[in-house]
Structures are given as structure tokens and as C-alpha cells.
Design a protein around this ligand. Structure first.
Ligand code: BES
Ligand code: MN
Ligand code: MN
Length: 462
């Protein structure tokens, strides 16, 4: 497949420029100030699919942001690959921490990406990774090597929970029929060591509100005599972990899958340096559940984290006040077999039960989703592994990720097919953080590797 890497080399300037144009549109799904930009991005994705060679592309309206659907059906008797990705991005804030504006992409080199990386919100998550599929498809069309049918489903609400995609999938199971789902929205171990994500964590996201007195009070006149919602909320949150950092919600661990020592030993073989991990984050130690390694804590174990907490006076200077209300946003990362709706329920009951007299508590569920695992003996996994082996020179390692793509479990339920997570990002690419970037090496390598997945998937399916 000499031609493949020649094609990528020949067209790399254009591939980069096209991605840069896409990254300039601030498609932040969480913030309605950007709603026109999100819609413009859907339009841009549609045009890119048409240009790359889809026979049919449409913008499918939903109750929220639209889904871009495209397809190239060459023979109904051949297998069909369904590519999923998202064109929406996380908010860019805190904007002041970006070294260049988040929606003015620039290429800079870094220690890990000496050949350069594109800095922009969405560069890696997920515009860059999604666009690799469009360009890999373009290559297969141009070189007449597309070996099967392709369907693209690119959504605009992944970063806010894919709520409307769920309905779309449920209502369009025939249209979305496929033999395998292919997604690049995860990472790999390093540019020298590719990996394939075999698991994703589920998620339950809730917001809590603790109310004390009916108005903010003078903290001298009333302090000590009434419940302070911020004090109470802090105590309640602190009680959700015990001294071993186990979560204290009754029933929380009931369905957690315990991996065998063999499986854990196998996982432990993936290259990892605790020293580098600490150095990269400027921390003097790691922290987590007793009895598990860092990589186990962030992948096969469930967690509970406060994502934001507020209330009272946070402005300049000091104001003496007991706030009427305190709030927190809390996420629980779940492992396969934990049902997110059951967990949301357990959390709600427990959190309300631990509230002392003197306050009232409301728990508002946001979104959630189930975790996911996929075996490594499937045709899809084998095809992905052969593809990585060919372009990186070493086989990929299976890795369970700590992140969530809740829609993947729904795909399995509704479309009855497995998803292969071929990620090309690195943990250091700062997704969701200031200065998100995506290595040029990774982008081009992805474009080179993806056509091989198609090739081997079709070969192994025969
Ligand atoms: N692409 C990420 C998920 C991801 C990143 C998985 C890296 C594995 C490795 C996705 O866009 C994301 O951010 N998902 C959210 C969940 C969603 C419901 C908001 C997450 O994991 O927080
Ligand atoms: Mn993503
Ligand atoms: Mn994301």
C-alpha cells in the first residue's frame, strides 16, 4: 500500500488546511451563544463528505443540533462500516490560559510532537479525529480501493450527552444498519505504542442543591444557630468517600465487575511511568482507591467527583454572609454492568438521607450512559490491530479507557453491532483543557491507518 502513504504525503498541506478551516468555527454545543456556529459546522461537515465522495449526504434535524449523515453504498452484499464522530466541541474557557486563541488554529511543536501539533479547541476531540475518517475515505475513493460500504453519522451534541442522538438511533435502525462501528474519539498510549480502547466508563451526572434559611443571612447575627448550606454540603460531599477512598453510597458497588488477577496483570503490562505521570501534572503524589494502581483507578474502577461547587460570596474582599443555598455538580464514572439510572437513583436516595435537619436537598439528574467493553477476538479488533501493526511497526495494546462515550453502549443495544475505538490522540493533548492540540503525526498516521482497517475488516469477514 505504498500509494497510501504517498497520497497522504502529497496532500498533507491540504489535509491540514481543511482541518484548520473546520477548527475556526466555534461549535460549542454547551453554550447557546454559539448555536449558529454549531449549525455552520454541520453544513461544513456535510460539504466535506460530499466532496470526499459520498453519494448521499443529508443534515438530519433533531430536537437539538443536527446529525450529519452520509453514505457510499457500493454493493449491498458487502460489509458496511458505520463511522461515528462529533463536530461539537467543549467550551474553551478559561480562555486566558490559552497561549493562542482557541478558534484561531496554529501549528506549534512540543516535546511530544516535535513535528508540530495543531492547537485549537476540538483539534483532537473530535474534529481532528473525525476528519481523519473523511480524508481516509477520500483516499479510498480516489485510489479506487474502497472495499465495502460506508455510512457516516457525525453528531453535534456529544459534549452535552448525545440526548437527541439516542432518539435518532432508535428511529433509524434500518438506515444505520452496519457490520461494525468505527470511532476515533479516544487516545492511544504514545506515538511509538499504539493501543486500541476496549472499554469506556459509563457516567451519571447530577446537580445538587442544598437550601438552608429562606434568605442570605448576616453570619454574625445568625452564625452558629442555623445550618450553613455550604458547610453542610461540604460535609455531605466529604462523607461520600471513606478513608480508603471507597464510595460510601449503599449498593454502589453491587454490580461492579471485579477483574481477575490475570486480567489485571495483563493490563499492568502496558507501558506506564508513574514518575512521568506525576511530572506531567506537577503533583507530588497520586491519590485514589486503596488496593488499585493508577491505571486501574482511572479505568476499571468507578469514581465520584465534584466538578464544580458554588454558593455564597466569591467576589472581591470579604462579605460576612451565610448563604441560603449551596450547589455542586457531581459526576460518577461507572464501569460495565453498573446501570447509570440505578446509580443515579442510589445517589439521590443516599444524598437526601444524609442531609441533617435544618436543610433541604434537591438532586437533579443531568445525563448519563452505560459503560462499554469489547472483546479482542472480534474481527473488528483484529482488523484494527493489523492496521496499526502495519503503520506503526508494532502491534496495538488493548486498553480500557476512563473516559465515556455513552452512545456506544446504545449503539450495541439498538444496532446490535460492536464498536471499534481506534483513537489517535494522546492523553497529553489536553482535550477539554486550555491549549488542546492534535499532533500532525497523529493526524496523518490516522489517515494512513484507517483504510487498512477497512481492507482487513473486509478480508477477515469473508
Ligand atoms: N472523546 C471524549 C471521550 C474520551 C476521551 C474517551 C478520551 C476516552 C478517551 C468525549 O468527547 C467526552 O468528552 N465524553 C464525555 C462524556 C459526555 C457525556 C460529556 C466525558 O468523558 O466526560
Ligand atoms: Mn469526543
Ligand atoms: Mn469530549
Amino acid at each position: 500500500m505504498e500509494n497510501r502513504s504517498n497520497y497522504v504525503q502529497q496532500h498533507k498541506e491540504r489535509f491540514i488546511n481543511e482541518l484548520v478551516e473546520l477548527l475556526k468555527i466555534p461549535s460549542v454545543s454547551a453554550d447557546t451563544a454559539f448555536s449558529q456556529d454549531v449549525l455552520d459546522t454541520a453544513e461544513a461537515v456535510k460539504i466535506s463528505l460530499e466532496k470526499a465522495g459520498c453519494d448521499f449526504v443529508e443534515i438530519c434535524e433533531t430536537a437539538g443540533y443536527p446529525i450529519v449523515y452520509g453514505e457510499k453504498i457500493i454493493d449491498p452484499n458487502l460489509p458496511t462500516v458505520l463511522v461515528y464522530g462529533h463536530y461539537d466541541v467543549q467550551p474553551a474557557d478559561p480562555i486566558e490560559l490559552w497561549t493562542s486563541p482557541p478558534f484561531e488554529p496554529v501549528i506549534k511543536s512540543t516535546a511530544i510532537h516535535p513535528e508540530g501539533a495543531i492547537f485549537a479547541r476540538g483539534a483532537c476531540d473530535d474534529k481532528g479525529q473525525m476528519y481523519m475518517h473523511v480524508k481516509a475515505f477520500e483516499y479510498m475513493i480516489q485510489s479506487n480501493t474502497l472495499p465495502c460500504n460506508v455510512k457516516f453519522m457525525i453528531e453535534g451534541e456529544e459534549e452535552v450527552g448525545s440526548v437527541n442522538l439516542k432518539t435518532f438511533v432508535e428511529n433509524n435502525t434500518e438506515k444505520l444498519k452496519n457490520d461494525v462501528i468505527l470511532i476515533s474519539d479516544t487516545g492511544m498510549i504514545s506515538n511509538q505504542q499504539p493501543s486500541i480502547t476496549t472499554g469506556l466508563r459509563g457516567l451519571s451526572y447530577v446537580e445538587v442543591e442544598v437550601t438552608g434559611p429562606n434568605r442570605d443571612l448576616h453570619s454574625g447575627l445568625y452564625g452558629g444557630a442555623v445550618a450553613n448550606p455550604i458547610n453542610i454540603l461540604s460535609k455531605m460531599i466529604a462523607s461520600l468517600h471513606d478513608e480508603n477512598n471507597h464510595i460510601t453510597i449503599p449498593g454502589f458497588y453491587d454490580n461492579v465487575e471485579e477483574l481477575s488477577l490475570e486480567e489485571r496483570a495483563e493490563m499492568g503490562k502496558a507501558p506506564f511511568s508513574l514518575e512521568n505521570y506525576k511530572k506531567a501534572l506537577d503533583i507530588n503524589d497520586v491519590y485514589g482507591e486503596t488496593g488499585y494502581t493508577t491505571n486501574e483507578r482511572n479505568s476499571i474502577r468507578p469514581t465520584l467527583d465534584v466538578n464544580g461547587i458554588w454558593g455564597g460570596y466569591t467576589g472581591e474582599g470579604a462579605k460576612t454572609v451565610i448563604a441560603s443555598k449551596a450547589y455542586a455538580k457531581i459526576s460518577m464514572r461507572l464501569v460495565p454492568n453498573q446501570d447509570w439510572e440505578v446509580i443515579t437513583d442510589l445517589f439521590t436516595k443516599h444524598f437526601i438521607s444524609i442531609a441533617p435537619a435544618g436543610v433541604s436537598v434537591v438532586v437533579k439528574p443531568h445525563h448519563g450512559g452505560q459503560g462499554y467493553v469489547t472483546p479482542i477476538d472480534s474481527i473488528g479488533y483484529q482488523a484494527a490491530n493489523k492496521a496499526y501493526t502495519e503503520t506503526f511497526g508494532v502491534p496495538a495494546i488493548p486498553v480500557r479507557s476512563g473516559g465515556s462515550i455513552p452512545i456506544v453502549a446504545l449503539f450495541e443495544k439498538e444496532l446490535k453491532s460492536k464498536t471499534i475505538l481506534m483513537g489517535f490522540g494522546l492523553d497529553s493533548d489536553a482535550i477539554h483543557s486550555p491549549n488542546e492540540h492534535f499532533g500532525i503525526f497523529n493526524y496523518l498516521k490516522g489517515i494512513e491507518t484507517i483504510p487498512l482497517f477497512y481492507k482487513y475488516f473486509v478480508e477477515l469477514s469473508k
